[in-house]
Design a binder for this molecule. Structure first.
Ligand SMILES: Nc1ncnc2c1ncn2[C@@H]1O[C@H](COP(=O)(O)OP(=O)(O)OP(=O)(O)O)[C@@H](O)[C@H]1O
Ligand SMILES: [Mg+2]
Length: 267
């Protein structure tokens, strides 16, 4: 199987991108798939969640910023085995971490040649000597060069939508972003693999209406089930657990489990 490289995206903050990246990745890893998570957000939320913010305080760790800024013309082939670039989270699941260096890296990157292809080229090198079934790129909501890199490297976009009427605007923005990436020939084959509705509150009519609207507008793309609003999903990261360890019987765990099963058939 070719590696599925998924940008977990939408141009809006706080909708559940990181929650989805982590829980999809862990779920697939526990189904015996080889999975790599890449934190592409300088907030480092995914990194702090899965590794704990103190874990690497006194150690040298190579972040995604360093991976992107590596210049093969000056420095030769990137050494993936050096200085903890790929960190094991658990069996079958690795992560490349991010911290606030990524903000400066983005500025530096603008002066590089082939700056949009940095991530794609690094991943191609990596996949020559390591196999992954799935790579998830956890994006920030920005329309910046990092996310251009992500959409250039990705084979598909998983759109994460908060179940609110306001979600149509960010959906349009990410759609325009994908169109721009395709038209500029950075990644002509890029497509949505699915749209995942999150924070669905089945008690409110407006939530049901927006879910119906998305499902009827994008019948082949909407992932069923939507992820219900669930306080366990909010609480799990604060003690560095995914929903499957924190509350395996919760609505959040059940919905993510079923959403992953639905999505793997769509991608
Ligand atoms: N279905 C849900 N029910 C309840 N809380 C949720 C749900 N999904 C996500 N959350 C919570 O919402 C907050 C934002 O989620 P998350 O960090 O995944 O969003 P994000 O899109 O990655 O945000 P950012 O744009 O800042 O990176 C977090 O506190 C998370 O725990
Ligand atoms: Mg996030």
């Amino acid at each position: 199987m070719n590696t599925v490289i998924t940008a977990v995206a939408i141009n809006k903050g706080g909708v559940g991108k990181t929650t989805t990246s982590a829980n999809f990745a862990v779920n697939l890893a526990r189904k015996n798939k080889k999975v790599l998570l890449i934190d592409l957000d300088s907030q480092g939320n995914l990194t702090d969640w899965l590794l704990g913010s103190e874990r690497f305080e006194n150690e040298v760790v190579t972040t995604i910023a360093h991976v992107l800024l590596h210049d093969p013309i000056k420095n030769g082939v990137f050494d993936w085995e050096e200085n903890q670039t790929i960190i094991s989270v658990e069996e079958n699941l690795d992560i490349i971490v991010a911290d606030d260096d990524l903000m400066d890296a983005e500025t530096t990157l603008t002066s590089y040649s082939r700056r949009e292809y940095r991530l794609k080229e690094r991943l191609e090198e990596l996949l020559e000597h390591r196999h992954y079934d799935y790579i998830f790129l956890d994006l920030s909501p920005a329309k910046n060069l990092l996310n251009v890199n992500a959409l250039t490297a990705a084979t598909n976009v998983l759109g994460v939508l908060e179940t609110r009427i306001m979600t149509l605007q960010p959906l349009k923005k990410i759609n325009d972003f994908i169109t721009m990436i395709k038209l500029s020939k950075l990644n002509p084959e890029l497509k949505f693999s699915g749209l995942l509705l999150t924070k669905f509150d089945q008690r409110t009519n407006s939530n049901k209406q927006i879910k119906d609207l998305i499902e009827s507008t994008y019948p082949n793309l909407t992932i069923n089930p939507a992820i219900r609003m669930n306080v366990d999903l909010t609480d799990a990261p604060s003690i560095n657990k995914t929903i499957f360890d924190y509350a395996p019987k919760s609505n959040g765990a059940v919905d993510y489990e079923n959403a992953v099963d639905a999505w793997v058939k769509m991608v």
